[in-house]
Design a binder for this molecule. Structure first.
Ligand SMILES: Cc1ncc(C[n+]2csc(CCOP(=O)(O)OP(=O)(O)O)c2C)c(N)n1
Ligand SMILES: *[C@@H]1O[C@H](CO)[C@@H](O)[C@H](O)[C@H]1NC(C)=O
Ligand SMILES: *[C@@H]1O[C@H](CO)[C@@H](O)[C@H](O)[C@H]1NC(C)=O
Ligand SMILES: CC(=O)N[C@H]1CO[C@H](CO)[C@@H](O)[C@@H]1O
Ligand SMILES: CC(=O)N[C@H]1CO[C@H](CO)[C@@H](O)[C@@H]1O
Ligand SMILES: [Mg+2]
Length: 678
């Protein structure tokens, strides 16, 4: 099956990758050179994709989990006729290049997810395979397979050492995601040197124990036929994910091949010349691709267009027979929300009962779940605490477990927070689905490796984070988030929403679903909160708004979530003392920042001191507040009412501090904090 043409193509990938890294004087030549054979086989003999339309819904997905090897992927995208020119390859790692230092999904056509942080890519691949299985179960008919594709991933030693990869491999095995195929670049080298230093387990045995189908290829450098066969074998096993351990030589062909020296530094120019000569190529030609190699890949590209054309015809017939499903399919892949879904959002009056916002969130999910069928997700083993499973929910499970089926939309993540976030990234990247992920707010710290990538990758993911402060009470400081909101607020392209009551919970979900290019974190309470006079769903869109109080106040109290109702009571005490007080609710600092300056000034007029109240680290509040009440250290284990008392989140403590603040500024100018002259 393999012939000299394959070898010529593979050697072209290897030398082109070496040239790309050399020109940039930065990057990783070793892994691209070692992975060239498996990548070539995958892209030319197995994967279905159309470079003319990288977004074709039924394409096979490919994830380079060892993202440092991206010279490999850029070279392949170029050869296959994606929008990566030879000139683009020459700009590798330079400012504004579409070939950045690690693959970024929003920069380059053909890059499905952002990789580089090891372990993430293979975990995203689990999410992509999960999404594929779900879409297949939801849209295919016995006579039509409109979703029927594979997720392939290449990963290295580093990915297999990361905890997140173990979390997601374990779940992928349980879920029997048979159309996930991982190719392990077993080169026994990483940055520090040989894997003998720290990685000596039997990886395949471990994966076998997770429920994976395992295979190996003894010589991944030259034995093309064995790679071809192994992938064919992997495809045959449809009830288990597959991992193929492929023995390779890092930097194959280099004088330094097989050593860590080729991992992350350009090869010397005479080494590159010698490699080219060794491969029978002209040592003096840089960035050279022979016509027959281009032609070979062009055939693959043309075949890809044929696959898509055939699919288009199938989809046309499907549309005739199942017009409603076809319409729904198109809507989902276009990323449009169903019309009128917002009408299902619950609305509350001040006379309605006090309820915990996590419970309000459950009510909301029950109200919208059937109206927004693209919403899929679950919790990291806290379903009954987090209240994220709606009444009609079916679990996403293999049928054989008797616990659900692949059309199910509720995912049982087990206690795997990091994996949950990484899988959610993959689900979002698949398109057509809106994933949510839930745990205690404090445990998002476990998942930040992935949630940061949700933000960087412009993915719509709803993090439903309950038990959002010392208000969780007795579980104590191990469970009480303090620094968490500051971290999340410091993360670019992330919306942090901390709703204060039922209307704000609805507003938070409205924001989260509408923002299709960024993740939202919704922080929810365990304790009951009253429905507030002046709150509204729409005001959440502004991030912060005047909830109650005087037009010309002497002090402004600003709070979020569970502290808003306490501040309302503090304002009442102050008013009784003749102090004119305004209450501002600030469910989202990010959204408030995006408002016009005039609006911001109307909320925080010049010359009036502001006191912020939030049961979290005060870090960040000095942007708006002249004084802050917050947590100076960790919390404590006790009934929450006692903790609010102990840490000063009571109407009387707040009123006292408000009066002190007013007094302090009596004979001094009040700094205008939100002024932004430049
Ligand atoms: C989470 C994370 N930690 C550390 C790194 C830095 N890093 C990049 S590659 C690498 C070594 C990975 O070894 P391996 O996967 O075997 O790659 P190879 O040397 O075989 O190319 C490390 C530590 C990273 N990219 N991501
Ligand atoms: C398939 O259909 C889509 C949508 O109509 C179109 O954009 C695309 O070009 C078609 N692909 C081919 C290969 O004909
Ligand atoms: C709250 O106010 C009371 C009464 O003035 C005071 O004893 C207590 O120390 C205050 N608590 C905090 C945390 O400031
Ligand atoms: C429409 C399409 O191309 N579907 C393909 C998805 O992948 C499977 C397995 O390779 C093929 O059999 C389908 O034809
Ligand atoms: C309403 C509800 O489901 N409450 C549960 C939330 O989680 C805690 C801790 O797991 C349970 O004790 C509650 O019963
Ligand atoms: Mg390695």
């Amino acid at each position: 099956m393999s012939d000299s043409k394959d070898i010529r193509c593979i050697n072209t990938i290897r030398t082109l990758a070496a040239d790309v890294v050399f020109k940039a004087n930065s990057g990783h030549p070793g892994a691209p050179m070692g992975c060239a054979p498996m990548a070539h086989v995958l892209f030319t003999k197995y994967m279905k994709f159309n470079p003319e339309n990288p977004a074709w819904p039924n394409r096979d997905r490919f994830i380079l989990s060892n993202g440092h090897a991206c010279a490999l992927q850029y070279v392949l995208l170029h050869l296959l006729g994606y929008k990566v020119t030879m000139e683009d390859l020459k700009t590798f790692r330079q400012l504004d290049s579409i070939c950045p230092g690690h693959p970024e999904n929003y920069m380059t056509d053909g890059i499905e997810v952002t990789t580089g942080p090891l372990g993430q890519g293979i975990s995203n691949a689990v999410g992509l395979a999960l999404a594929e299985a779900h879409m297949e179960a939801t849209f295919n008919k016995d006579d039509f397979k409109i979703i029927d594709n594979y997720t392939f991933s290449i990963l290295g030693d580093g990915c297999l050492q990361e905890g997140v990869a173990s979390e997601t491999a374990s779940l992928a095995g349980h879920l029997k995601l048979g159309k996930l195929i991982a190719l392990y670049d077993d080169n026994q080298i990483q940055i520090d040197g040989s894997t003998d230093l720290s990685f000596t387990e039997d990886v395949l045995k471990r994966y076998e124990a997770y429920g994976w189908h395992t295979l190996s290829v003894g010589d991944g450098d030259t034995d093309i036929e064995s790679i071809v066969k192994a992938i064919a074998e992997a495809k045959k096993v449809t009830d288990k994910p597959s991992i193929i351990k492929i023995k390779t030589t890092i930097g194959y062909g280099s004088l330094l091949e097989g050593t860590e020296k080729v991992h992350g530094a350009p090869l010397k120019s005479d080494d590159i010349v010698s490699i080219k000569n060794k491969f029978g190529l002209d040592g003096d030609k840089k960035f050279f691709v022979s016509d027959d190699v281009y032609e070979f890949y062009d055939q693959v590209k043309k075949q890809g267009a044929v696959y898509e054309k055939e699919w288009n015809e199938t989809f046309k017939k499907y549309s005739e027979k199942y017009p409603d499903l076809a319409k729904e399919f198109k809507r989902r892949f276009a990323g449009e929300l169903p019309s009128g879904w917002e009408e299902a959002l619950p609305r509350y009056k001040p006379s309605d009962a006090a309820i915990a916002t996590r419970k309000l969130s459950e009510t909301l999910l029950n109200a919208i779940a059937d109206k927004v069928p693209e919403l899929v997700g679950g919790s990291a083993d806290l379903t009954h605490s987090n209240l994220t499973r709606w009444k009609t929910a079916v679990d996403f499970q293999p049928k054989s477990t008797g616990l659900g089926d692949y059309s199910g939309r509720y995912i049982r993540y087990g206690v795997r927070e990091h994996g949950m976030a990484a899988i959610s990234n993959g689900i979002a990247a698949y398109g057509s689905l809106i994933p949510f992920a839930s745990t205690f707010l404090n445990f998002i710290s476990y998942a930040v490796g992935a949630s940061r990538l949700s933000a960087l990758s412009h993915l719509r993911i709803i993090y439903i984070m309950t038990h959002d402060s010392i208000g969780l009470g007795e579980d104590g400081p191990t469970h009480q988030p303090i620094e968490t909101l500051a971290t999340l607020r410091a993360t670019p392209n992330t919306l942090v929403l901390r709703p204060a009551d039922g209307n704000e919970v609805s507003g938070a979900y409205l924001v989260a679903l509408r923002n299709n290019k960024r993740p939202s974190v919704i922080a929810l309470t365990r304790q009951n909160l009253p429905q507030l006079e002046g709150s509204s769903v729409e005001n959440v869109l502004k991030g912060g708004y005047v909830l109650q109080g005087a037009d010309k106040p002497q002090i402004i109290l600003v709070a979020t979530g569970s502290e808003v109702s306490i501040v309302v009571d503090a304002a009442k005490e102050l008013e009784k003392k003749g102090v004119k007080t305004r209450v501002v609710s600030m469910p989202s600092m990010e959204l408030f920042e995006e408002q016009k300056q005039a609006y911001k000034e109307s909320v925080f007029p010049e010359g009036i001191p502001v006191l912020s109240v939030e049961a979290m680290s005060t870090f960040g509040w000095s942007r708006y507040a002249h004084a802050s009440i917050g947590m100076k250290g960790f919390g404590s284990s006790a009934p929450y009412e006692q903790l609010y008392e102990r840490f000063g989140f009571t109407p009387s403590n707040i009123s006292e501090k408000a009066q002190k603040t007013i007094k302090y500024y009596e004979n001094k100018p009040v700094p205008h904090l939100i002024a932004q002259p430049f």
